[in-house]
Ligand binder design. Sequence first.
Ligand SMILES: CC(C)(COP(=O)(O)OP(=O)(O)OC[C@H]1O[C@@H](n2cnc3c(N)ncnc32)[C@H](O)[C@@H]1OP(=O)(O)O)[C@@H](O)C(=O)NCCC(=O)NCCS
Length: 182
Amino acid sequence: MPPTPSRVELHPLTLSDQDEFCTLVQASSELHRPWMQLPATAQEFQAWMHRFDDGTNRGYLIRVRETGAAAGTVNINSIIRGRYQGASLGYAAFAPFAGHGYMTEGLASTLQHAFTDLRLHRLEANIQPANKASLAVVQRLGFRYEGVSPNYLYIDGAWRDHERWAITAPKPWTPDPSLPEV
Ligand SMILES: CC(C)(COP(=O)(O)OP(=O)(O)OC[C@H]1O[C@@H](n2cnc3c(N)ncnc32)[C@H](O)[C@@H]1OP(=O)(O)O)[C@@H](O)C(=O)NCCC(=O)NCCS
């Protein structure tokens, strides 16, 4: 049977998404707390957008194809080339659309984009052990558990332990020209 087409698509986040993004973040504060802090005001959003200036981080909205609604957001953060060719993912659903499988589909599209268009070789997701919804998503997507990083990220006022989950590009994989030949 052919695979079911995805119900969502990735759109690079732009300055014109500001009002929609901030409204959805404000509506999602209970869902995001204490795991994720996203810009909720115009000023915060504009400052946040600078992280995408030099290509080290990339930001996207996950939009439902049928309606165009933004179901969530994903970042491909800290892209490192050379012998690493990896990055780490940050993501959040927007509350009106959580629990429908849109994030799993949107992150599957993100993996596809990262491994083929960006030619990355490895993606990590670093997740607090109590964040069951996030752990469920990466397990559905085939990430493997690599261990615990103590005091890994400063979240909600303290350094938090995180579980490190990762996935590498399926074969055949076309390397980025920045990968050394030997
Ligand atoms: C982690 C997070 C992004 C997961 O979002 P989500 O909406 O639960 O993820 P999905 O869209 O993939 O939905 C999965 C749920 O939808 C259900 N579902 C409903 N219809 C579905 C469908 N057609 N296909 C797949 N799943 C479906 C699944 O069964 C699953 O529910 P379950 O976990 O109770 O079994 C969200 O909880 C969130 O934003 N948390 C706060 C921010 C955060 O923690 N970010 C990550 C930091 S590491």
